[in-house]
Design a protein around this ligand. Structure first.
Ligand SMILES: NC(=O)c1ccc[n+]([C@@H]2O[C@H](COP(=O)([O-])OP(=O)(O)OC[C@H]3O[C@@H](n4cnc5c(N)ncnc54)[C@H](OP(=O)(O)O)[C@@H]3O)[C@@H](O)[C@H]2O)c1
Length: 264
């Protein structure tokens, strides 16, 4: 077999041996102050990532998350940055680089929801969803595409509602449809860099975003829908993210991963 035919001959697409280096890899998590992002911070820190925790307004929660990681012997900092503001997000990535030496994994968990039938939709809410969920994803993805080190990963968030099509979710689902549409295109644009791009699309997950404004009956009805008969916990979803960010998950690329207990 010639060198060219050798399956493991060195080229830029070779798998990265993360275990060969003792330097911790660096993860940047938007929406790291609460919910799925918060749990992802802990989960990636347990995998020895240094973590940059992005948040919008909940400084105390974000700093408490960083403190918890450092108390366990890890490295983490909390940095305020609005995901839709390109200057703030560029500064967030710059802080990750100056504090920890680079960025390997970006988990873009920041997001918002608004529920209303289309006939009653306040268009200002549509604009706000568009700004955070679509513009925010493009702003973060743009910096990620420019700055993630070779061998790294971008994980964004959609929702299983894109497939479930629940009435009232039109504006939110449309904003996440844009995230799904971007996923494979960006994965292809990053050809040659050994960087994966995937979207995780959870079903109902017990966080503020899901629970706020819902009565117990609605929550129980939605919790009963998946064959696994419960809401997801943030930890269920953080495990999926940790897999995608790990060497074991690196062959998954350009995918929308519907992590929802089998609801669809
Ligand atoms: N929970 C579910 O059932 C579910 C289902 C499907 C998909 N998802 C998606 O999963 C992701 C995480 O959701 P979650 O349930 O964990 O939400 P969550 O508990 O409401 O947390 C939202 C996080 O996003 C941050 N954030 C919101 N707007 C931001 C902005 N403009 N700039 C920066 N950060 C911002 C918040 O920061 P502050 O704390 O500072 O406000 C917070 O950390 C979202 O993209 C959501 O759409 C959730």
């Amino acid at each position: 077999m010639s060198a060219q035919e050798t399956p493991n001959s060195a080229n830029s697409a070779d798998p990265v041996d993360y275990h060969a280096t003792s330097e911790p890899r660096v993860a940047l998590v938007t929406g790291g102050s609460r919910g799925i992002g918060r749990e992802t911070v802990s989960r990636l820190a347990a995998d020895r990532f240094a973590v940059v925790i992005g948040y919008a307004g909940n400084r105390e929660l974000a700093e408490a998350a960083a403190k918890e990681v450092t108390a366990d012997g890890g490295r983490a900092i909390a940095v305020q940055a609005d995901v839709a503001d390109e200057q703030e997000i560029a500064a967030l990535f710059a802080t990750a680089e100056s504090e920890f030496g680079g960025v390997d994994v970006v988990v873009h968990a920041a997001g918002r929801v608004h529920l209303a039938p289309v006939a009653e939709l306040d268009l200002a809410e549509l604009d706000a969803l568009h700004r955070t969920n679509i513009r925010g994803t493009f702003v973060v993805a743009q910096q990620a595409a420019r700055r993630i080190r070779d061998g790294g990963t971008l994980v964004t968030f959609s929702t299983s509602v894109v497939g479930l099509a629940f009435p009232g979710y039109g504006a939110y689902s449309a904003s996440k449809g844009a995230v799904e549409a971007l996923t494979l295109i960006l994965a292809r644009e990053l050809r040659g860099r050994n960087i994966t791009v995937n979207a995780v699309a959870p079903g109902p997950t017990a966080t503020d975003l899901f629970l706020d404004g819902k009565d117990e009956q609605t929550i129980a009805r939605l919790a009963a829908q998946p064959p696994l008969e419960r809401l997801a916990t943030p930890a269920d979803i953080a495990e999926v993210v940790a897999f995608l960010a790990s060497p074991a998950g690196h062959w998954v690329n350009g995918q929308v991963v519907r992590a929802n207990g089998g609801i669809v």
